[in-house]
Design a binder for this molecule. Structure first.
Ligand SMILES: Nc1ncnc2c1ncn2[C@@H]1O[C@H](COP(=O)(O)OP(=O)(O)OP(=O)(O)O)[C@@H](O)[C@H]1O
Length: 617
């Protein structure tokens, strides 16, 4: 559909010519007759309300419209050379001296056209109607008898009693103005569509956007910026940016607005190589951090969740309750924690519970067993590496566990087994809160809480030169000593009932059946107790567990432990007699995994020995 235009003609003649052009060229244009005197501006405003997309007018009316109606383009019917020639020719009948009233382009043309007609042209530019009137009076006093110009000029001429000749607008001038108006209206339509798209995008952005002009005045702002700054668009538009952002700012700077932190970035707007304003972007730091955490989590397939809380720790002994109480208090701070306790006492369980009770509980929990990995692998696991830093390095490098624990907790289990060179690097991370990947030089900031655990006396290790003293002091800030199971009174009974219920709830425990457990010293602590209960659930023949059965299992378990301990001393499997193997297998009711566990041998050794004995496996 062609744009809807409106032509404001100063008189019937021009209206008539315009009507012909519109008909011939099929413009979608209404014609209104009006000039400055006859409320032409009011008519134009009404046309705008009625959906007009561009206004065409002449002379002074055009100037007023251009000033007052900014919503749509205003186009001027220019004075063509031929129209000017006709008017000057008509004027020459009255005098050789002709005043030409008009805008610079009209006057300029008039002087050259006037030369051909041998006329003396007096240039009278239009600035305002009052100045024009004075100027005209002056010229009339000096003998001017005729002027050519627009409707306003010819009205002034009749007021001053001289001849006024109206420059008519011919078909060509009207056609050109209509075409120009139509082109501009189409351009406006396109601009409006792209403006709409831009504002939809700006409105949807979670970043706050503010744009300024070359004078630092705000020209655009989006809803996110309104929200962050607590100001409406009306409060900000046309205001100086410095006043809105409260003073000085720099690109890529951290700024605080209403207690929230934002990263401020500033881009310069270049217009044909000239700086013409700036675009300010406000990104909430919290959003960046949340995204970063999500990304870090996604990049790593491991589950980084701490599943245990203090509520999961079973036991009612005074020593355990005291320890839990202290650990809960420690949870609130962000300081490094050292958990000390024998093997299997629940150090990791405590570490997870501390993390879950801490303000970091929404962040990751990363556990590393420092004794389980060879030095070089532990180092690359902890710190990560950059691409190509060693032969087997993954493409794209790899994020280390410290980075992965960002905004969460890293649990360094058995820290006493860490080599001195890794200790030095860990110390650096704890002190500086930053990591450099192996083979890289980029410093990556990390916000982590370290919980270290040990089952050996670290101070002894310091004295032996196996543990760095500075690291010892660094990690020994808050300390949790977990009592061994033998120091926890009746807890062994509670734990047994708890594990039995978890593994096989149908087993009934007879009165006093668990008493023998209190005489056992549980060197492997809760883990050993758990394994013991697991054996019961597999080997128990009926569902009623009495004291004699418990004693039998205990004796069996102690023997198993002795065997497993002996295994560690030397190549024990060779010394295991066939009877021992068969007896254990029978007691385990053919369960080979458990037989291996009790005898401390691996599956292939058992399989070989059974094959020799021709036992069907
Ligand atoms: N008080 C408790 N209540 C319930 N379960 C427990 C308790 N203490 C430990 N456990 C369980 O015992 C097992 C060993 O605990 P954990 O791994 O936390 O011990 P650890 O001291 O870290 O062991 P290690 O010294 O070998 O690293 C886990 O399965 C844990 O869930």
């Amino acid at each position: 559909m062609r744009p809807k235009l409106c032509l404001l003609a100063p008189n019937e003649d021009i209206a008539h010519t315009a009507e012909n052009v519109i008909k011939e060229r099929e413009f979608n244009c209404d014609i209104l007759i009006g000039n400055l005197k006859t409320k032409g501006i009011e008519l134009a405003k009404q046309a705008l309300k009625a959906g007009c997309e561009a206004i065409i007018s002449r002379g002074g009316t055009f100037l007023r419209i251009q000033e007052e109606i900014t919503e749509i383009p205003a186009v001027q019917i220019k004075v063509s050379t031929i129209d000017l020639l006709k008017a000057l020719h008509a004027a020459s009948y009255f005098s050789y001296k002709v005043g030409v009233v008009g805008y610079s382009n009209t006057i300029y043309e008039a002087s050259s056209v006037g030369k051909y007609l041998k006329l003396e042209i007096i240039e009278i530019p239009i600035d305002s109607s009052i100045i024009l009137q004075d100027r005209l009076k002056e010229e009339v006093n000096q003998g001017l008898e005729v002027i050519v110009g627009d409707t306003m000029a010819s009205n002034l001429a009749s007021n001053l009693g001289i001849q006024g000749i109206l420059i008519a607008s011919g078909k060509r001038a009207i056609y050109e103005a209509l075409s120009q108006a139509e082109d501009l209206a189409i351009l406006r339509r396109k601009e409006a569509i792209s403006q709409q798209r831009i504002s939809t995008i700006l409105n949807k952005l979670s970043e706050g956007i503010l744009a300024t002009d070359s004078g630092q005045r705000i020209t655009h702002c989006n809803p996110a910026a309104e929200k962050f700054l607590g100001l409406s668009a009306g409060d900000m538009l046309n205001k100086n940016i410095e006043g809105i952002l409260n003073g000085a700012y720099n690109n890529n700077e951290l700024i605080t607005i209403k207690g929230q932190q934002y990263i401020l970035t500033i881009e310069h707007i270049q217009d044909h190589g000239v700086r013409n304003g700036e675009v300010f972007t406000l990104k909430p730091v919290k959003e960046i951090q949340d995204m970063e955490t999500k990304l870090r989590r996604k990049q790593h397939s491991r589950g980084l969740i701490a599943k245990y809380t203090f509520n999961d720790i079973v036991g009612q002994s005074e020593s355990l309750i005291q320890t839990i109480h202290k650990a809960k208090r420690i949870s609130k701070s962000s300081a490094t924690v050292l958990i000390i306790g024998k093997t299997g006492v629940g150090k990791e369980m405590f570490a997870q519970s501390i993390h879950n009770e801490s303000p970091r509980n929404r962040g990751p929990f990363v556990a590393v067993n420092c004794a389980a990995l060879p030095e070089s692998i532990l180092e690359s696991e902890l710190f990560g590496y950059v691409e190509g830093s060693f032969t087997d390095a993954n493409k794209g490098g790899k994020m280390g566990l410290f980075e992965l624990a960002h905004r969460g907790t890293i649990f360094l289990d058995e820290i006493g087994d860490m080599s001195l060179s890794v200790q030095a690097k860990v110390l650096r991370v704890i002190q500086e809160k930053e990591v450099v990947r192996l083979g890289g030089d980029r410093v990556i900031p990390v916000d982590i809480r370290v919980i270290a655990a040990t089952n050996v006396d670290l101070w002894d290790a310091v004295n032996d030169g196996r543990f760095r003293q500075d690291l010892y002091y660094r990690i020994n800030v808050l300390r949790v000593d977990i009592p061994s199971l033998s120091e926890r009174g009746q807890d062994a009974l509670l734990l047994t009932e708890f594990f039995l219920n978890k593994l096989n709830p149908s087993i009934q425990v007879k009165e006093g059946a668990l008493k023998p457990l209190l005489d056992h010293d549980w060197p492997g602590n809760v883990r050993e107790l758990y394994n013991f209960v697991e054996q019961i659930t597999v080997l128990q023949e009926d569902n009623a567990l009495d004291e004699s059965a418990v004693r039998k299992f205990l004796a069996f378990s102690v023997k198993g432990n002795k065997v497993s301990n002996a295994k560690r001393i030397g190549n024990f499997s060779k010394r295991l007699t066939d009877e021992e193997i068969l007896e254990t297998l029978e007691q385990c009711r053919g369960n080979q995994a458990m037989t291996c566990e009790i005898l401390g041998i691996n599956r292939s050794t058992l399989w070989r020995r059974l094959k020799k004995l021709e036992v069907n496996s």
